[in-house]
Design a protein around this ligand. Structure first.
Ligand SMILES: Cc1cc2nc3c(=O)[nH]c(=O)nc-3n(C[C@H](O)[C@H](O)[C@H](O)COP(=O)(O)OP(=O)(O)OC[C@H]3O[C@@H](n4cnc5c(N)ncnc54)[C@H](O)[C@@H]3O)c2cc1C
Length: 479
């Protein structure tokens, strides 16, 4: 890679420090620079991995920057080892890269033992648990196969952007080698928290700042020693009331998503809500993992004592990433809203279709909040078998930006639709679409908001996406 000096960036930490009376510092340093990339993707979760791999397969020179040591994001470092439903009871909704990934994992024995492929190909409201190392391996192989340069243990910490003109010129990375300025032609933010978009000055909505409440986080765990042959109620919530009445837990949390089978004796636990944490504050993240580790032990004791088949379970590990459900979302060229969702709206430029219910976990331990969740899951926030709603292209494009896209949890929607599309299969569909759109933009010379959406839909269809709309449009849907 060509390395040329660039002017020092004012916001960087550096060798010369200037203190100010308000307690801030201006630190200047000249850092090394790289160029030559068509696309830089920030974050290698389900959205970023799909974006980078799909763009690489289309011939782009891609750098994928990931702060942990593996791809998969919440699905790997976050130990969220189950894919949300990908079908609606009648047909597969999530095709394309995500379906390819699951089918490849299944062929290699990386899905949960004994799992029936109908779960992801056809069934309604059915999760598909998997083995976490399998996901990491498959994504490594796909990324290498697509010619993507993956840089692990590297964070995007700053951006060189022209907000007035809606263009990003480069990003600043940090890793064991120090700081690097990387210039590229296009950028995708798949950090989950819209870190890059925020650094660029994109308009964003933050939970707790622009909305009154923040969905709780959870620190998932892996357990071993589970005897899955012992019959038990489908939902562990059935065993909770007694434990809550016994005063087993330090908080009266009525909602337990539960433990899924991911190995012959291994279970992945999604349990223990961490309320009122702001994922955009390091103090909260730090307090959150400490609190999460304590809760994981409480849940281990709960399973041992109250849940059949779990008397001898052992705790293997908690996740190395805190499980964030909600933090920051961009304001996009289109903001998908609950009216679109409830209308089962079809968009000519939809880049994915989905069926998941509005899954907003209780904001606190009150009975009212738990009952709200149950109501939404069963009635008001749920589509029926056979139904779907569309995800339009514009939710991936920050309003007014020309060479920047986002994909995944930080895409543009209201809080309620976010409760549906924040999960792995939807993130992956958005990632594939963003990566494909970036390549199309590079080839056509058109800015993000003006690419030919008919061409985009047809490219995605050719790569296996389920996009059932009859009417296509060459321009994106506007609000
Ligand atoms: C407890 C919990 C349970 C869940 N259960 C399910 C489930 O059962 N099924 C399901 O499908 N989904 C589930 N989800 C949702 C789902 O896992 C996430 O919302 C989804 O992974 C979002 O994908 P993403 O790619 O947008 O972000 P993420 O998966 O969060 O990936 C973002 C990636 O970006 C990296 N990153 C962040 N900042 C930077 C930076 N500055 N520089 C470089 N890299 C950076 C992170 O390390 C991470 O790898 C759950 C979520 C939680 C929290």
């Amino acid at each position: 890679m060509k390395s040329t000096p660039v002017p020092s960036l004012q916001s960087l930490v550096g060798s010369k420090t200037h203190g100010y009376t308000d307690g801030s510092y201006r630190l200047d340093r000249t850092i090394r620079a790289e160029s030559g990339y068509d696309l830089v993707v920030a974050g290698g979760g389900p959205a970023g991995a799909a974006a980078a791999i799909c763009a690489g397969r289309l011939g782009a020179k891609v750098l994928l920057v990931e702060s942990t040591g593996c791809l998969g994001g919440m699905g790997s470092s976050g130990l969220v080892t189950a894919f949300d439903p990908m079908a609606n009871g009648e047909q597969t909704l999530v095709g394309g890269f995500m379906l390819e990934l699951v089918e490849a994992m299944y062929a290699r024995g990386f899905m949960s033992p004994g799992i029936d492929p109908d779960r992801w190909r056809k069934k309604f409201h059915c999760w598909s648990p998997f083995k976490v190392e399998g996901l990491k391996l498959m994504l490594d192989e796909f990324a290498l196969g697509a010619g993507v340069e993956v840089r692990f243990f590297t964070r995007v910490i700053d951006a060189d952007a022209d907000a007035g003109n809606g263009r990003v010129n480069g990003v600043v990375l940090t890793n064991v080698e120090g700081y690097t300025y990387v210039k590229a032609r296009t950028f995708i933010d798949a950090t989950g928290d819209a870190i890059l978009a925020d650094l660029c000055g994109v308009a964003c909505r933050e939970a707790g700042r622009d909305t009154p409440r923040i969905m709780p986080s959870t620190l998932p765990s892996l357990f071993t020693g589970v005897d899955w042959s012992v019959p038990r109620d489908y939902e562990e919530n059935a065993y909770l009331p007694r434990a809550l009445e016994d005063g087993h837990f330090t908080q009266y949390d009525r909602h337990l998503p539960g433990m899924s089978k991911v190995g012959h004796q291994v279970g992945y636990l999604n349990g223990g809500h961490l309320f009122n944490l702001n994922a955009l504050r390091c103090r909260d993240l730090s307090d959150g993992v400490i609190w999460g580790r304590k809760l994981a032990l409480e849940y281990m004791e709960f399973y041992r004592k109250y849940v059949p088949g779990c008397a001898s379970i052992e705790h293997v590990t908690t996740a190395s990433l805190l499980g964030i459900r909600e933090s920051r979302r961009i304001v996009g060229e289109y903001e998908l809203n609950i009216h679109d969702y409830l209308a089962r709206r079809e968009f000519p430029d939809q880049i994915g279709v989905f069926n998941k219910f509005v899954d907003i976990h209780p904001y606190d331990c009150s009975r009212e909040e738990y009952e709200r969740l149950c109501r939404e899951i069963r009635h008001t926030g749920r589509l029926n078998p056979g139904e779907w709603f569309g995800i339009p292209y514009g939710i991936l494009v920050p309003k007014g930006w020309k060479n920047l896209w986002v994909a995944g949890r930080c895409a543009s929607s209201d809080v309620q639709v976010h409760g549906s599309i924040r999960v792995q299969p939807a993130a992956s569909m958005m990632g594939q679409a963003a990566g494909t759109a970036a390549v199309q933009s590079l080839r056509s010379g058109r800015p993000a908001a003006e690419i030919d959406t008919e061409e985009l839909v047809n490219t995605l269809r050719a790569r296996g996406a389920t996009l059932p709309q009859q009417n296509l449009s060459r321009t994106r849907t506007t609000q």
